[in-house]
Ligand binder design. Structure first.
Ligand code: DC
Length: 210
C-alpha cells in the first residue's frame, strides 16, 4: 500500500495535484477538506453555529449523509464554515478514523491512496510514503480563485473580498491548537507561486519517483 499525503493552504492547487497524481498512479483519492465542508454545510443548513462545539459535533456524526459532489460544498461560505468546525478537536477526532481507514484500505481494491488536506502528513498519516506541502503566496492564490469564479469579468472589490477571506482562513487554519496547518518535518515543500499545474505535477512526480 502506498500513501501520498498532500497538504497546503486554501486554493494552493493541492486538490488538482492530488487528483492528477491519483489518476497517474491509479490510486484512490480523498479530498479531506470535503469532509470538513460537509460538516460545515450541515451546520449552516440546520441553522446552527459552526463555532459551537455542540452544533459541529452533531453535524459531524451525520457526515455520511452528505453527497460529497454537492456543488454547495465548494462555495466560500461553506469553506469558511468548514474552517470553523475544523478548529474543534472533537470534530477532528470523529473524522480521523474515516480518513485513516481510507488510507489503509483504499476503495475498489486500489493499491494506494492520495489524501489532500491540512494535517495528512502530520496527524492522519504520519507514516505516509510521500509527503508534499504545497504553497503559494496569498495574492497568487486569491488571483487564481478569483479567475476561477469570475473569469475576466470580476471587479477589484470581488478580488479584495476573496483575498480577505483567504487571509482569514489561513490565519484560522494555521493558528488553531489542534492539528494546525504546517509542513511535516519530512515533507517536500513545493512553492507554486510561479508555476502552472503541469509544472507542479511534473515536479511532484519526480519527488515521488525519486
Ligand atoms: O481544502 P479545503 O479548502 O476544501 O478545506 C476546507 C477547510 O477544512 C479548511 O479551511 C480547513 C479544514 N480542513 C482541515 O482542517 N483539515 C483537513 N485535513 C482538510 C481541511
Amino acid at each position: 500500500m502506498t500513501v501520498i499525503a498532500i497538504d497546503g493552504p486554501a486554493a494552493s492547487g493541492k486538490g488538482t495535484l492530488a487528483r492528477k497524481l491519483a489518476a497517474h498512479f491509479d490510486f484512490a483519492h480523498l479530498d479531506t477538506g470535503a469532509l470538513y465542508r460537509a460538516v460545515g454545510l450541515l451546520v449552516l443548513r440546520s441553522g446552527g453555529n459552526p463555532e459551537k462545539a455542540e452544533d459541529a459535533v452533531a453535524a459531524a456524526a451525520k457526515v455520511a449523509d452528505v453527497n460529497l459532489d454537492d456543488p454547495e460544498l465548494r462555495t466560500e461560505s461553506t469553506g469558511a464554515a468548514a474552517s470553523k468546525v475544523a478548529a474543534i478537536p472533537e470534530v477532528r477526532q470523529i473524522l480521523l478514523e474515516y480518513q485513516r481507514s481510507f488510507a489503509a484500505h483504499p476503495p475498489r481494491g486500489k493499491k494506494g491512496a492520495v489524501l489532500d488536506g491540512r494535517d495528512i502528513g502530520t496527524v492522519i498519516c504520519p507514516d505516509a510514503d510521500h509527503k508534499i506541502f504545497i504553497s503559494a503566496d496569498v495574492e497568487t492564490r486569491a488571483k487564481r480563485r478569483f479567475l476561477e469564479l469570475f473569469g475576466t469579468q470580476g471587479t477589484n472589490e470581488e478580488y479584495q473580498k476573496i483575498l480577505a477571506e483567504l487571509r482569514e482562513r489561513d490565519d484560522r487554519d494555521m493558528n488553531r491548537s489542534t492539528a494546525p496547518l504546517k509542513p511535516a518535518e519530512n515533507a517536500h515543500l513545493l512553492d507554486t507561486t510561479n508555476s502552472d499545474i503541469e509544472a507542479v505535477f511534473e515536479r511532484a512526480l519526480s519527488l515521488i519517483n525519486g
